[in-house]
Design a protein around this ligand. Structure first.
Ligand code: HEM
Length: 90
């Protein structure tokens, strides 16, 4: 699943057919994600890419990871509203 996802994201291979955001929205209802989880996820992802890869695709992977994590965070931690000051404090 995860490898299909990244092949699709980075190489345009139409392999991943599911919806990763929806999967994480489901997970969020079972055990809530926080902003800190996403910050940690992004930081570990970036350092792992830097340790193992270099080049255009490595840069693209890091950029896409940040954008997808941002959307996922907004759609889980912050409901679907990006501007939710109240939820921001949790
Ligand atoms: C706080 C951060 C995150 C946590 C704790 C987390 C946790 C998980 C867990 C537990 C699963 C397994 C779900 C299951 O099979 O029931 C999963 C699946 C997955 N995660 Fe994450 N995730 C995080 C962020 C992300 C981000 C930012 C991405 C993408 C950039 C991502 C991509 C995926 C994909 C592609 C799957 C497979 C989904 C599927 O079955 O179709 N995750 N994640």
């Amino acid at each position: 699943m995860i490898t299909d996802f990244w092949e699709t994201i980075l190489f345009g291979v139409a392999k991943y057919k599911s919806n990763a955001i929806a999967v994480h929205q489901q997970l969020h209802t079972k055990s809530a994600f926080t902003d800190q989880h996403f910050e940690r996820w992004v930081s570990l992802f970036q350092s792992t890419i830097d340790a193992l890869f270099f080049g255009d695709k490595a840069e693209l992977a890091k950029q896409r990871a940040v954008s997808i994590a941002t959307v996922m965070r907004i759609k889980t931690v912050h409901g679907s509203s990006p501007i939710n000051i109240k939820n921001n404090q949790s």
